[in-house]
Design a protein around this ligand. Structure first.
Ligand code: UD1
Length: 422
């Protein structure tokens, strides 16, 4: 367990650089299992979920060494142990793409029930159905997914819902399957485009990047010896933008993807922020007044991202008037509302809708991160309060944000982290 103490109330100012994307790094790391040889990755973020994934890959027999540049890794999957126990995969949801990659590489995979944030049922039916369409058989073994194939064959896959993970698994399995695969109603998240770019550099033939229909022409093997720089994390960038607005700050955010954050930029401008776009990869965010209330509905990309819903709830708590937040992606993603009310927030939630009655300020409190993005919402709330708040279970935030507290210190925030509390 770890916790942070934040004495907020000061405008966030200066400039900050965004780290590599968690949700792009995780599937790309598993994709390395499809390449018999060495791959070099750059800009891999130093976060809890990645440390867990690297541990799992090492257990499978992948050799991983650090490159010279921070965040660069040499991944050597020339030889792997197909019988390795994947029990640690239960610790993170991002291990879901081990299903297709181990199945493709080994012809068989056993994956435990997957963990990650407790934000909904997070089923695997769409993943399993996609792999079945490509010729894999399923047996459930006490909650574990056991899939086998004597050789994957291209097919047509229609996803009932544009699931990010299921789209990734379908693409990964189709890459080395015999023949062509069409994936209809695919998810369009930028992290999937990054995964496809990575695979195509290695010789995969994937078409329709970023569209609802993806076509994969199976190839015999993927080539080693190429490198890939992981895209910037749009949720980290978004969290810093929201932090700036909540503290009436003035911040330049560098090395982000402006295009990938357009739904948030649009919304923050609507509530009164000034956002100047500098080229393709920087923004200058300024806020001089109390934000206006707003409405958001989370949706698959390019809709408003569910991963920024909790941070926006923190923003709604100090906005002028009544904000309405509709969560359409995960059915259990309002848990942070209870913690925010300990800070004086007024929030009413039903199953999918949160109504937030904005107050001019929140009050300091000791609160507990319910999940990764909920933990970020609490940090953002604390940044707006000119007194000391304590955010417990900070390790949940560390799962997805690289050195967030250190980045805040570099911006002059009074934040201290305490490790290993029991
Ligand atoms: C990924 C991201 C997560 C983000 C989410 C939505 C990673 C590691 N995580 O999660 O940060 O919040 O996309 O943008 O990339 N579903 C099913 N059956 C399935 C698969 C999914 O019913 O087989 C449901 C889920 O329960 C959920 C919804 O579909 O309600 C969205 O899930 P999905 O898009 O698959 O998200 P993840 O890949 O788990």
């Amino acid at each position: 367990m770890s916790q942070v103490k934040i004495c907020g109330g000061k405008p966030l100012g200066g400039s900050i650089t965004i780290s590599g994307a968690k949700n792009a790094s995780l599937p790309i790391l598993t994709a390395c299992l499809l390449i018999k040889g060495v791959t070099q990755l750059f800009n891999v973020p130093d976060i809890g979920d990645i440390r867990t994934m690297l541990r799992i890959l090492k257990q499978i027999g992948v050799k991983i060494t650090d490159g010279e540049e921070p965040g660069s890794l040499w991944i050597d999957a020339t030889e792997i142990n197909c019988l390795a126990n994947l029990a640690d995969a239960e610790k993170i949801r991002g291990s879901q793409t081990l299903l297709s990659t181990m199945l493709t590489r080994c012809g068989e995979v056993r994956l435990p029930p997957l963990g990650g944030c407790n934000i909904g049922s997070r089923q695997m039916d769409l993943h399993i159905n996609s792999l079945k369409r490509l010729g894999a058989d399923l047996e459930m073994e006490q909650g574990w997914i056991h899939m086998k194939t004597s050789g994957l064959k291209g097919s047509t896959i229609y996803l009932d819902y544009s699931s990010v993970g299921a789209t990734e698994n379908a693409i990964l399995a189709a890459c080395l399957a015999e023949g062509n695969t069409i994936i209809e109603n695919a998810a369009q998240e930028p992290e999937i485009v990054d995964l496809i770019n990575f695979l195509n550099k290695a010789g995969a033939k994937i078409f329709g990047l970023g569209s609802k229909t993806i076509r994969v022409v199976g190839v015999k093997a993927l080539k080693p010896n190429h490198y890939h720089r992981i895209m910037p994390d749009r949720i980290e960038a978004g969290s810093f933008m929201i932090a700036t607005v909540m503290t009436r700050g003035d911040l330049i955010i560098n090395h982000m993807s402006v295009a990938d954050n357009s739904s948030l930029i649009y919304k923050l401008k609507e509530i009164g922020a000034s956002i100047d776009i500098i080229g393709q990869d920087s923004v200058h965010v300024r806020m001089k007044k109390r934000p206006n209330s707003f409405q958001i509905k989370t949706m698959p990309y390019p809709g408003f991202p569910t991963d920024l819903q909790s941070p926006m709830m923190a923003l709604a708590c100090i906005s002028e008037g009544v904000s309405v937040i509709v969560e359409n992606v995960f059915e259990n993603r309002f848990q942070v509302a209870r913690e925010l009310t300990k800070m004086g927030a007024k929030i009413v939630t039903t199953e999918k809708v949160a109504t937030v009655f904005g107050s001019s300020s929140l009050t300091p409190a000791t609160v507990t991160s319910p999940d990764l993005r909920g933990g970020m919402a609490l940090i953002l709330a604390a940044l707006s309060i000119p007194d000391t708040s304590v955010i417990e279970a900070y390790e949940k935030v560390d799962r997805g944000y690289a050195n967030f507290e250190k980045k805040l210190v570099s911006l002059g925030v009074n934040i201290t982290k305490q490790e290993e509390l029991t």
